[in-house]
Structure formats: C-alpha cells, structure tokens
Design a protein around this ligand. Sequence first.
Ligand code: DC
Length: 228
Amino acid sequence: MSADIPVITVDGPGGAGKGELCLRLSKMYGFTILDSGAIYRVLAYAALKHQVSLADEPSLVKLAGELRLSFEPRDSGVAVMLDGEDVSRGVRNEETGGAASKIAALPGVRAALLDRQKAFRTAPGLVADGRDMGTVVFPDAPVKIFLDASPEERARRRVKQLESQGKAADYDKILAEIRERDNRDRNRAAAPLKPAPDALLLDSTELSIQEVVDTALAFAAKKLKPLS
Ligand code: DC
C-alpha cells in the first residue's frame, strides 16, 4: 500500500536550497524525487504556449488534465518533457516561474494536479520538493522539512547562479520578483506556503549546504528505518 512507502517532504520558498537538499537526501536513501514546482511550471509553460489566460481556471483545469508530462533522467540531471519535447530550459525562466505562481493560486488547478503528484509515491520511497508537500499532498509523510532563507540571501544566490551561467543578473529586480512570488505563494487561500505543524524548521540564510544536509539527515534518521 502506498501509505507504507516513506516520503520525505521538503517545502519552502524558491531559492532556499530545496533542490540541492532533495538531491542529497534522494542519493542517501535511494529514493526518487518529485519536483512538484516543475509540474506547475510545465502547466504554465503550456498555457503561455497555447495562449490560455492565466486567470481562466476552467481552461487551465482542462489543460492540466490533458498535460502529457514526464521526467526523464539524463547525465546532466532530469529532463522535463512536454508532449515528447524537452522543455527543461523553457520552464526554468523567470516568466514561467511567475506564471506558475499565478496559476498555482487557483484551487481547481491544484486539485487537477493532485493525483499526478501522489502517483510519485513508489517504493522504496520519495523525496517531495514543493510548497504544500507536507501540508496537503503527503500529510502522512514521516519526515517533513521546511527550508527557508531570507529574500535577500535567496536573491544573492540567484544572481550568483545566473552569473555562473554567463547571464546578466539585476539584484534589485530579482529581489522584487522573489518578494512578489513569496507574497502570492504565502498568502493564497488554497494550500498556502507554510510549514506543517510537525515539520523541522530550517533557515539556511547563514548555513552552508553541508550544515543543512547534516541537520536534515539527523532529523530523518530519527524517523526512518536505518539505511542498510
Ligand atoms: O519551486 P518552483 O519555483 O519551481 O515553483 C514554481 C511555482 O509553482 C511557485 O512559485 C509556486 C508553485 N508551486 C506550488 O504552488 N506548489 C508546489 N507544491 C510547488 C510549486
């Protein structure tokens, strides 16, 4: 039964370091990863491509039901596929991220994507990355982590990441976008970004990734069967 399959949920705002933490946890435990943000991003990408308004809930719900989405492992990471096309790069830009945050506020859209997310719970276990993994999608998960960081620190990390890719980055603009997205994700009525009552709260603002990973692993070790 899927309820017996362990899940580690990692929720928090964008740029707090969830992706890296999930990767390390998944390697440690041999679990697969659900990048739930990528699902919202693919739907947003499809909506922009098909010129569906980001406020047209019925059409977005229909599009969510028809979405031919898959994740394929590659040497360089995981490719996000839509209708057989690799859209990994397209879904990662700021425009798609902002659009994803807008459609993610619509309750019908969230409901339409729920079963798709739950289906990732397969043996031997799952690391689920998102905003509502511990509160809504996997409320019975034995290990829940909420990873936060200040908006300024997240903006600095994003600037560094863009610059390392040889792209121009405007700190003030990125900080404003982060604040706008946070505001929407934390204050929406449907599944707002917030820690589950039983989540470990971790603030990575002044922690190295290794410190975050060590703290999360020590917490998980108390709740999960030992690694064989
Ligand atoms: O994690 P991300 O930046 O890829 O997510 C993009 C947007 O999708 C984010 O601003 C809010 C939304 N999202 C959500 O509402 N619930 C999730 N579980 C994951 C993402």
